[in-house]
Structure formats: C-alpha cells, structure tokens
Ligand binder design. Structure first.
Ligand SMILES: Nc1nc2c(c(=O)[nH]1)N[C@H]1C(S)=C(S)[C@@H](COP(=O)(O)O)O[C@H]1N2
Ligand SMILES: [Mo]
Length: 334
C-alpha cells in the first residue's frame, strides 16, 4: 500500500516549484468550487516509488503485445520506470489526485469496447476490442510526454499511427479537424458522477486536432506501454499520444473519432480558455498565465529529492512538426 504523502520541509526550490504548480492547477479548480480545501491539501503524489526504489511493477491485468514493426522513433534519454508511469497519472474520470487513477481504475472494464470513426468520411469504421490490437501492425515508440504542469516522462508506447486508421476511413475533402471522445460511463468512472470529484469537467472528456496534425506520422494511437496492453489508469484500451503537445491533448480511453469541418471543443479549453488553448504545443517561450513553461521536472528513477530539472524544448524536441505551424503566431494560438 502506498504511504500517505507528507510534504517535506527539505524539498529543494526546484521541487517546491513543481509542487506549487501542481497545487496551482488545482487551486483554479478550487476557486471555481470544484475541489474542497481538505482534498486540496490531503492529496498529492503518493510516496510509493518516489524515494528511489526501482521495483518493477507489472500490473496484473495487462497482456503481452506483439509488435514486430521496427521502431521508428528512439531517443537516448532514460525511460521513466514503469511503476511511475502507472502510478502518477492524470485521468480525472478516476479522481483529480495523481495516485487516484491507479487505485480507482483497477476494476475498469474495457471489454466489450467499440471505437467508432465517423463524421466526414466515406467509409465509417467500427473497431471492437480485439481489432484495436490486431487490425494494424503494432510498433514501439519511445516518446517524451510533457504535461502542462511542467513535469515530463519518457514512455515506451506500443501502438499504430492514427493516420493509418484515418486513411481507412477515407476522409471527405471537406474534413479539416478530428474530434476525439472518451468513454462516458459514470457507473465505472466515479469522477463523472459529480462535478466535485471530477474536477469540474463537463464529461465526456473531448479533444481535437487539425487534420494535418492528426495525419502526422508522430501522432500515435497507443494500445500499450512497456510491451504490454495499457493499464486502465493510462487510458486502456486505446488512447491518443501526441508527443509535441501538452499531455492533456493525449486523450484516454477513446470511443469515438469524428472527422469534421469545424474546430472541435476541447475539455481544458472549455474549462479555462485563457490558460489552455486548442493547439497546446509545448513551447518554453509561452508561459502558462500562472507558471513558466521554460523548464520541466523529468520523472526518472530517482526519488522526489533528485535534481532532475531540465530545459523544455520547443515542440518537446520534435522539430519536424514546425512546418505545420509555419505561418502561425504561436503566442496567439497557444
Ligand atoms: N480522458 C482523459 N484523458 C486524459 C486526461 C484525463 O483526465 N482524462 N488527462 C490528460 C493529461 S493532463 C495528461 S498529462 C495525460 C497523462 O497520461 P498518463 O497518465 O498516461 O501519463 O493524459 C491526458 N489524457
Ligand atoms: Mo497533463
């Protein structure tokens, strides 16, 4: 069992900054009346796994995956240990604290599952649970994940390019955007039952990309991590991964993908449009209104007190996407 987290008086300035950011994002929700003061103070990352122990955690419900495609994207940076990837999560459907999803999603049922691709397409597609991992060849992609809260991880995903799925659906010429929707199932997702436990989000969680962003070869539909199917807390059975954008774009547990000619609404933009834009490209020069985005805390195998603050890179280091935004003012389109 994870021990309760106690804020430490020995935190370095760097760590304090990270904690402040974390509390600040929640302070917004609190000020809007969605989180009680006691919750705000009581919940933080659980201490388990944060003091340097490197135990391998293999969630029992995950299954090995076959991925034979050679990996196209490799990076040299140290991978975030699996037990941190699976216990430090944002998945507000299961609660707003970092350790809630791992605990409260453990019984999440993902079978049967249906992922529908519809809207402005010539060939609507429905994938059942089995098709998610068998219809397209799977490959491993090691990507950085940069949360808007200024922490980051390096995660070995398993999945396939979103472009492969969209091509099969055969978009109409008029399609310009892609809208994504998470499962709405308040019986299974406690955060969807009331606005207080779900962080004030108007569920289902929705996200969107421009069609050219969705078709970019870096944009992944992930069905696994660390060689196995996704644990529920990471967005089982299928989630988006857009590595050059802040983590909130990488929507989890997707049931619907809709091609459209209008920019779709997105969850965090709806909640606070001055803080979270539609584009949400990682950009060290464009601060969040309440904190800098110039650097980030890389979550590695070290404990909470490890110094691991690194500079944030433009587009999270994925420069190849720059042409997508060639004539755009990224201060305005944040
Ligand atoms: N449906 C849904 N998708 C979501 C979220 C969420 O709360 N609900 N949180 C987002 C945020 S803020 C981040 S940083 C990533 C975290 O993914 P991970 O827990 O797999 O690291 O998921 C994103 N996708
Ligand atoms: Mo995030």
């Amino acid at each position: 069992m994870p021990k309760p987290f106690k804020p430490s008086v020995t935190l370095t300035d760097n760590d304090v900054t990270d904690e402040s950011i974390y509390f600040n994002r929640r302070t917004l929700l609190k000020s809007m009346g969605f989180i009680g003061a006691s919750t705000l103070l009581a919940n933080s990352a659980s201490a388990a796994g944060w003091f340097g122990d490197d135990k391998e955690d293999t969630p029992s419900r995950t299954q090995p995956l076959d991925f034979t495609q050679p990996a196209k994207y490799q990076i040299e940076e140290t991978r975030t240990p699996q037990h941190k990837v699976t216990t430090y999560n944002n998945f507000y459907e299961f609660g707003t604290s970092k350790d809630a999803p791992a605990k409260r999603a453990s019984e999440f049922q993902t079978t049967p599952w249906t992922l529908t691709v519809d809207g402005m397409v010539k060939n609507p597609i429905t994938l059942d649970h089995n098709a998610l991992t068998t219809r397209f060849p799977l490959e491993e992609r090691i990507y950085r994940l940069r949360c808007v809260e200024a922490w980051s991880m390096v995660i070995p995903w398993v999945g396939f390019e979103l472009a492969s799925l969209i091509k099969q659906a055969d978009p109409l010429m008029s399609a310009k955007y892609v809208a994504f929707e998470t499962l709405y199932d308040p019986k299974q997702m406690p955060g969807q039952r009331n606005r207080f436990t779900g962080g004030g989000i108007d569920y289902p969680y929705v996200e969107g990309l421009r069609l050219d962003e969705a078709m970019h070869p870096l944009t992944l539909l992930s069905v696994g991590l660390y060689g196995k199917t996704l644990p529920p807390q990471n967005g089982a059975p299928i989630r988006l991964v857009v590595p050059w954008k802040y983590g909130f774009k990488s929507i989890k547990s997707i049931v619907r993908i809709t091609l459209t000619d209008k920019q779709p609404p997105t969850t965090w933009n709806r909640l606070a449009s001055n803080e979270y834009g539609f584009y949400a490209n990682v950009n060290p020069k464009v601060s969040h209104p309440r904190w800098s985005q110039a650097s980030e805390r890389r979550i590695t195998s070290g404990g909470l007190l490890t110094r691991n603050r690194i500079a944030t890179q433009m587009f999270n280091g994925y420069d190849e996407v720059a042409p997508l935004y060639a004539n755009m003012d990224l201060t305005r389109f944040y």
